[in-house]
Design a protein around this ligand. Structure first.
Ligand SMILES: [Fe+2]
Length: 204
């Protein structure tokens, strides 16, 4: 144990085995798109095909999550309060899906890609502008993103059923499609032009 004198104070250094090993870098132990041998009785070609699709779906879902947060913050107008709350609820539900999808990639033996730079590269959802848009445009962008995700989830459900990955198939149907279709309903109802006060009377 060493003792340093700093001014009038004596500072005792901890023993070397108690010290943190800082400033470490090393080689990559697994690259994305390579498959580990996992004992889950599913061939590596099926696992790779599904993990690649899942990584694209992951990028789209992270993009949608951020669009919900953006719109949660930037929404304005007479529907502010309900949409502010609804957008945040949907963001939380998308965040849960992000974790499920990413962990499924790992369970298949691949590497989950979820850094912002991965999302920019992989997402199929159009990036919104930085500035605030009108509510119908916000809603429209969300609906378009949902449909891209829903279409990809249906395709992956079929692919996973055909290659015997029933867990991924189940996740698409019971988690991804269920949540996204429910959110489409709740968001979509905000761009239906029903009168707020006076009914349309075709006879008047
Ligand atoms: Fe908030």
């Amino acid at each position: 144990m060493t003792t340093e004198t700093k001014g009038t104070q004596q500072v005792q250094q901890a023993s070397p085995e108690a010290e943190l090993h800082l400033h470490q870098r090393g080689h990559i132990i697994q690259q994305p798109g390579t498959i580990r041998n996992l004992p889950i009785a599913l061939d590596s070609a099926a696992r790779l095909a599904n993990s690649k699709s899942l990584n694209l779906l992951l990028a789209d879902t992270i993009q949608l999550y951020h669009m919900y947060k953006k719109h949660h913050w930037q929404v304005a107008g007479h529907t502010f309060y309900q949409l502010h709350l609804l957008f945040d609820k949907h963001a939380e539900e998308q965040e849960a899906l992000i974790d499920l999808i990413a962990e499924r990639v790992q369970q298949l033996g691949d590497i989950a890609l979820g850094m912002p730079s991965d999302v920019v590269k992989n997402t199929r959802v159009e990036n919104p502008p930085q500035g605030a848009e009108e509510v119908p445009v916000m809603v429209d962008r969300l609906l378009e993103a949902h449909e891209i995700i829903i279409k990809a989830a249906r395709e992956l459900a079929n692919q996973a059923e055909e290659n015997g990955d029933y867990r991924t198939n189940d996740m698409m149907a019971s988690e991804v499609l269920r949540a996204n279709e429910m959110q489409v309903w709740f968001v979509g109802e905000h761009v239906v032009a029903t009168p707020a006060v006076e009914a349309h009377n075709p006879n008047s």
